[in-house]
Unconditional design. Structure first.
Ligand code: HEC
Ligand code: HEC
Lengths: 354, 253
């Protein structure tokens, strides 16, 4: 056995030596590996970072500048950050955000954090976009969002006084194209890690919860009460989402097909991605169509407002009675617990602000 | 440079060879999981349609099925055992992990039993697993913690002819009405019987889903359709019904 190890290690040493002989002086940006919170490291799988787009200091800096720069929009008035603002955990307060022409869509803006842990890499409420790099292509040309063309954007950036140099530092070329723009934005988005809520601190270092928060957590975890953990994470899954698509009983008649429109499978109609329950204090209104202005409305929905339809999730129980019928006390406690998942350090992190 | 690598590889191969000194070889084994409703094959393309009738007479569908298999063990007549590393979360819904090949090899030869565990035994259930946590597979601490053994979900037509959801979740049985909590083991050790391994072998393990609803307890979904995790008696019934759910369909080698 020891002999084996010796052979293998000497093999590696030789290979490594032979590599270093061949290396040239090609420019490499400075690696900046994601700072994975210990608590994530201990409990869940590593984040997804494509080999073709490693995190670098220069790439992240560029991605951040692009994210906050209205230059990406057709008339230079709208940045990603307009609909994804740091103080709202990178969401906004509108029910439907409006694009540069004031046209509104039919979906609520999504908060952006812990995106690198979306293992299936299906983005948007209906999962229509695969990978963060690919997602960032969409808003720039969407007629109801930034309504530009990539040709136009690349041209504007190319003629800009700073961008060509920043792209050179990040990717070793000052020829700007859509692929590099989306790579840089994706690098910045991956750094948006939220892991410092009161509840995180409770789990990590025993910060004390109020009795209400503690009972609220039990309501969340109790199959006979809230039973939220099957879809929305738990103390063992600090993402507070399964990132899977479900119909949680919002509509008796489904008009926005959600995942069903993407897969073409009627069994997926009315299914949307479970959002993370982190940072709810900053992300109202709620649900894919922003129909609920407050957490009380959300909790009332699960407690007595469920609507039956053929694709409703089997975990939505007691649908005939409208839901799980939580007591007033349990509702209030559940809300207190949900709010303890909000991360004020995240929304105030200077690295994430313009 | 190339020469050195070549010499090293050759040395490696030789040092390897010296380990195999008789006619016993170390081989990989693969376990494939297939699913039936009695005699009808079930795959995820059959999901989401009410088309099965359980022993109690309810028509029902399957929307989700995933379950945990662990501790695959080869036992010799001498009492010697070989336990395969790892566990496998079979996910029929997504058609993933329907096949499991452990990194552990076993020697060729005759075995009196090949046994696997449905779920986790108590030791394994007490550890922390990143992949299972990421798959939202854990069990709340208020129910003793650890992990689900199975999640079987879908719809059935209830006795008021309403389509209703069910969530047939298997975990270690816990009685929460007692302090301290009382547990009963409900992981299942499935014995596939006598096996002779001559070379790399592929086992086909069949789950008859209908059995979960059949015997010895005829399952009435009208009564037991949800909130089964904190239901001690329901967990014991699931354990009892699980005894004849699995069978060895074939071994190819
Ligand atoms: C006009 C408002 C608006 C602008 C501008 C905008 N977004 Fe969005 N964003 C949304 C909405 C609305 C959704 C959800 C849309 C849906 O699911 O159909 C969304 C979804 C996303 C998601 C998916 C998150 C997830 O968890 O699946 C990402 C990532 C994202 N946006 C990044 C960006 C980036 C990067 C930009 C700039 C290039 C940008 N957005 C510009 C409104 C906007
Ligand atoms: C079957 C899976 C499932 C269960 C169980 C479940 N949810 Fe949800 N939840 C979802 C999905 C899916 C959405 C998004 C639905 C949509 O917008 O169409 C959602 C949305 C939410 C939102 C809105 C978040 C936002 O950013 O818009 C909150 C808050 C929420 N759920 C809380 C809860 C609570 C509290 C419970 C337990 C009482 C619970 N959920 C149980 C799947 C589930």
């Amino acid at each position: 056995m020891k002999k084996w190890l010796f052979h293998i290690s000497s093999l590696f040493i030789f290979i490594c030596l032979s590599c270093s002989n061949e290396s040239t002086n090609e420019y490499v940006p400075t690696p900046s590996p994601l700072q994975i919170p210990q608590f994530f490291q201990d409990n869940i799988l590593n984040p997804i970072i494509p080999n073709s787009n490693p995190q670098t200091i220069e790439g992240i800096t560029l991605g951040k500048k692009l994210f906050f720069d209205p230059i990406l929009s057709g008339d230079n008035t709208q940045a990603c950050a307009d609909c994804h603002a740091p103080e709202h955990a990178f969401s906004d307060t509108d029910r439907f955000s409006d694009g540069i022409d004031g046209i509104v869509g039919n979906r609520n803006s999504m908060p952006l954090f812990n995106l690198a842990w979306n293992y299936d890499e299906k983005f948007f409420w209906d999962g229509k976009s695969f990978s963060l790099e690919h997602q960032a292509f969409v808003p720039v040309t969407s007629p109801i969002e930034m309504k530009s063309t990539w040709q136009e954007v690349a041209q504007k950036l190319q003629q800009h006084s700073e961008y060509p140099n920043l792209f050179n530092q990040a990717f070793g070329t000052s020829t700007i194209d859509s692929t590099l723009v989306t790579k840089a934005i994706a690098q910045f988005e991956r750094t948006l890690i939220s892991s410092n809520s009161k509840f995180d601190k409770h789990l990590l270092s025993g910060a004390t919860l109020t009795p209400e928060e503690r009972n609220g957590f039990n309501v969340f975890m109790d199959e006979t009460k809230g039973d939220c953990f099957h879809c929305h994470g738990s103390d063992k899954n600090p993402l507070w989402t399964d990132n899977i698509f479900h119909n949680n009983g919002l509509n008796a008649i489904i008009t926005d097909l959600g995942l069903g429109a993407v897969t073409g499978d009627p069994a997926d109609n009315g299914k949307f991605k479970s959002p993370s329950l982190r940072n709810l204090a900053f992300t109202a209104p709620y649900m894919h169509d922003g129909r609920f202005a407050t957490l009380d409305e959300v909790i009332n929905h699960y407690s007595e407002g469920l609507k039956n339809s053929t694709t409703i999730d089997p975990l939505m129980k007691k649908v005939a009675q409208g839901g799980v019928q939580l007591s007033a006390q349990d509702k209030a406690d559940l809300k207190a617990f949900l709010l303890s998942l909000s991360d004020y350090e995240f929304i105030n992190n200077p690295n994430f602000k313009n | 440079m190339k020469k050195i690598i070549y010499i090293l590889i050759v040395t490696l191969l030789f040092s390897c060879h010296t380990d195999n000194d008789d006619n016993v070889f170390q081989v990989n084994t693969t376990f494939n999981f297939i699913h039936y409703w009695d005699d009808t094959k079930v795959t995820n393309t059959d999901f989401n349609t009410i088309q099965y009738t359980n022993a109690n007479g309810e028509e029902m569908s399957i929307e989700k099925l995933r379950y945990l298999i662990s501790k695959i063990t080869f036992q010799k007549s001498t009492g010697e055992t070989f336990v395969l590393d790892g566990y496998n979360l079979v996910d029929v819904t997504n058609g993933t992990n329907l096949s499991f090949t452990s990194t552990t090899t076993v020697p060729t030869g005759d075995y009196t039993n090949v046994v696997f565990t449905f779920g986790f035994n108590n030791d394994d259930n007490a550890a922390n697993y990143q992949d299972l946590n990421s798959a939202s597979w854990s069990v709340p601490a208020i129910l003793g913690g650890g992990y689900h053994f199975m999640q079987l979900e879908g719809k059935f037509i209830d006795n008021t002819t309403t389509e209703t959801g069910y969530a047939y979740h298997a975990i270690r049985a816990v009685d929460n009405s007692k302090t301290p909590q009382e547990f009963q083991d409900t992981f299942i050790e499935v014995d596939l019987g006598e096996v002779s391994i001559t070379k790399e072998a592929t086992f086909e393990i069949k789950m008859n889903i209908a059995e979960w609803f059949k015997s010895p307890n005829i399952w009435d979904l009208n009564v037991l359709n949800n909130m089964l995790m904190p239901n001690f008696n329901a967990q014991v019934m699931i354990f009892e019904n699980g005894q004849n759910v699995f069978s060895l369909e074939s071994i190819t080698q």
